[in-house]
Design a protein around this ligand. Structure first.
Ligand code: NI
Ligand code: MN
Length: 226
């Protein structure tokens, strides 16, 4: 599988010959200026919660690609009213088999309101299990004990965790989270987009190393293969 980073919490994931994009926030992200939203090709758009910095480009990307948006019930209703045709609404604990793999919606410790003030339901994360890899996309979240359920009952190869602090957990808590989920390979997200979530990348990666773990902080536009 391949993963390309588009900044903040937005990744293009190529899995089982399908493309999934997470939490698109590109056109208003000053760090992602070189990424052209209209050139992005995807089959699915995954939205973890309603905040602007996770949904800003969802409508445009979904419409451009006639892609299927997967999110909670409230966010899907909001996008449907805005003209998105292909959707799949789920809620926490729900599981569905898609052509890329099995996706389970998990809880996140955060909030969720849509950019126009509409209620955005509960914030979520995703667990994806497939023939190629199993992984967890935490969304915006603080450290929480529910993550232990992943470690106890699932086997994941890597996880996307927020590391920027202030609105989510920071690198120190992400190290504890990686213990909870029993996964030592972490792709960091939700850092450096705004001054209040700036991190020292080297010291965050070094901390992970101290615990025998790996924190991958991708460059915007970079692709890695798993
Ligand atoms: Ni948020
Ligand atoms: Mn956010």
């Amino acid at each position: 599988m391949k993963i390309t980073f588009y900044g903040h919490s937005c990744f293009l994931i190529e899995l089982n010959n399908k493309k999934l994009i997470t939490d698109p926030f590109i056109s208003d992200n000053p760090l992602a200026k070189k990424i052209e939203v209209d050139k992005i090709k995807t089959d699915y758009v995954l939205i973890s919660h309603g905040h602007e910095d996770h949904i800003a480009d969802a409508l445009q990307i979904a419409k451009n690609n006639n892609a299927t948006v997967i999110s909670n019930f409230e966010i899907i209703n909001w996008l449907t009213a805005k003209g998105v045709k292909k959707t799949f609404s789920m809620n926490i604990g729900g599981k569905h088999i898609f052509d890329f793999g099995t996706l389970t919606i998990l809880s996140a410790s955060h909030s969720s309101i849509l950019p126009d003030g509409t209620y955005g339901g509960n914030p979520t994360g995703f667990l994806i299990e497939s023939q190629e890899n199993n992984f967890y996309f935490a969304g915006d979240t603080g450290l929480n004990y529910d993550m232990k359920l992943i470690g106890e009952y699932k086997k994941i190869n890597f996880a996307f965790l927020p590391v920027g602090g202030t609105y989510t957990m920071d690198a120190d808590d992400a190290i504890i989270a990686s213990d909870f989920i029993k996964c030592d390979k972490i792709i960091g997200m939700h850092y450096n987009t705004f001054p209040v979530i700036n991190i020292d990348k080297k010291s965050a990666m070094d901390k992970f190393k101290q615990y025998g773990k790996e924190l991958i902080l991708m460059n915007i536009g970079e692709t890695i293969k798993f």
